[in-house]
Design a protein around this ligand. Structure first.
Ligand code: GLN
Length: 454
């Protein structure tokens, strides 16, 4: 694309929207000083972290990769980023992403797509999608630009980009990480989490990011477990469930082979394999693509040209015309599509038919998982139905793009912890991810199963 050509020289991945080397250096200096003084080092002392641009960072532009927030510099720090700085980490920069976290390929960014550092080994050298929406995070970690990055996951945006780039990422139980200061997409689904090279780094980062926060009404008031200390790759006595409904039509052979390989690995680690049923799985994707846009249409009503970022005020325009001009110019196509869908499914005439119905389906999906936990401790599935696709391959077809989320949205709707861990390469040498889904609050079980696979 024209964009690829434009960035090819200077910043081949286009992963960073803003670079903040001074922030990272200050953390490194603080770590050096603590070391010199013989103090005990903080868990992330001096570690340079990439921050997804969905997190508000004090004094550093935060745009959610949308023109509508251009010029917005937060006067406050998100709780998750503050927690990381309190643990000794520093910020290397703000990472590109799908606009308002809506997308699965990073192509909806207003600042150009991110390019995956991976290439096919079979001669096809089209640039590949890094996954989305946390595509800047996945590309930056995969390319070793930073040892860890934050992501957010509403319907798979930590797990799918991790899978596409051969790294690990965990979405914790809904409520583990505070949403305060994180630009909202769909509030009942949004969760922050770490993306890093391996399971241990994810455990260390997640410990730092998590914790109760009185500023978020859905924050869980529970102590943060010592996940890193609790890591254990033996699955002796554990039951790993294989949900039969995830064996979708036309599942590529390579994804089936990946799944079988994952099953073999957890068996080797001592687990017992049990087949389970999650009967409402096929309704998860349609329910998600009603609930997420509905919440987004409500959350994004605040971008009106008055309070944040861009304002478009045509000559002689009234307030209504300013809203319209600002929103028309500021939001990208995918964001507008979601606002339209969301407004429609929440409208007086269609609310019961769509939003209420989707909310009921959500409850049934959560119940499916509850029943599965009678038979197993964690579930094992592929993370995505394919390896990374080429940039441009799905961007003209929103439904094809949405289908990429088929394995990640059910656990999002149920608020459960879920992790993607590298599971091997496909025939073209591209990474594939395996997903572990756990019971609410059992991040430890998820991390341990992922460790057995890694
Ligand atoms: N790809 C999904 C969507 O577009 C999930 C995005 C996310 O988790 N933020 O909504």
């Amino acid at each position: 694309t024209a964009f690829n050509a434009a960035v090819a020289g200077a910043k081949p991945l286009n992963a960073f929207l803003v670079e903040t080397p001074d922030h990272a250096l200050a953390a490194a200096d603080a770590a050096d000083a603590a070391r010199a003084a013989g103090e005990t080092l903080k868990p992330l002392a001096g570690v340079p972290i990439g921050m997804k641009d969905l997190f508000c960072t004090k004094g550093v532009a935060s745009t959610a990769a949308s023109h509508i927030l251009e010029g917005f510099t937060p006067q406050y720090e998100s709780t998750v980023s503050q927690n990381l700085w309190d643990a000794g980490a520093g910020m290397l920069g703000k990472l590109n992403m799908d606009q308002f976290a809506m997308g699965s390929s990073n192509e909806t960014s207003a600042f150009g797509n991110v390019i995956s550092p991976w290439r096919r080994n079979d001669g096809g050298n089209a640039a590949l999608a890094p996954g989305g929406s946390s595509g800047g995070s996945s590309a930056a970690v995969a390319a070793r630009l930073c040892p860890g990055a934050t992501g957010t996951d509403t319907g798979g945006s930590i797990r799918q980009p991790a899978a596409f780039t051969g790294i690990s990422g965990i979405k914790p139980t809904y409520g583990r990480c505070s949403r305060w200061g994180t630009i909202a997409f769909a509030s009942s689904l949004d969760q922050a989490g770490p993306m890093a090279r391996d399971v241990r780094d994810c455990a260390i980062m997640l410990e730092a990011m998590s914790g109760f926060d009185a500023k978020d009404a859905t924050s869980l008031d529970l102590p943060v477990p010592r996940w890193e200390q609790g890591l254990n790759a033996s699955l002796a006595g554990k039951r790993v469930g294989i949900p039969r409904e995830y064996r979708v039509d036309n599942m590529p052979e390579e994804i089936e082979a990946l799944w079988q390989q994952g099953i073999a690995w957890v068996k080797d680690a001592g687990a017992e394999i049990v087949e389970v049923s999650l009967p409402h799985t096929k309704y998860a994707l349609p329910a998600y693509y009603i609930i997420a846009p509905a919440e987004a249409s409500s959350n994004l009503a605040r971008y009106d040209g008055v309070r944040y970022g861009q304002r478009n005020l045509p000559d002689g325009a009234n307030l209504q015309a300013m809203y319209a001009a600002t929103r028309a110019a500021g939001f990208g196509e995918e964001v507008k599509r979601r606002i339209l869908i969301g407004t429609y499914v929440l409208s007086a005439g269609f609310y019961d038919a769509y939003f209420t119905q989707a909310s009921k389906v959500r409850t049934l999906i959560a119940r499916d998982f509850e029943h599965a936990w009678d038979k197993c401790d964690v579930l094992l599935t592929p993370t995505a139905p394919s390896a990374a696709f080429a940039l441009g391959e799905k961007s003209a077809d929103p439904l094809a793009m949405y289908l990429n989320d088929v394995f990640t949205v059910p656990s999002s709707l149920a608020g459960l912890p879920a992790m993607s861990v590298p599971g091997g390469l496909d025939r073209a040498g591209l990474p594939l991810g395996l997903q572990v889904i756990g019971k609410a609050l059992d991040e430890q079980g998820v991390l341990n199963a992922a460790l057995a696979i890694e």
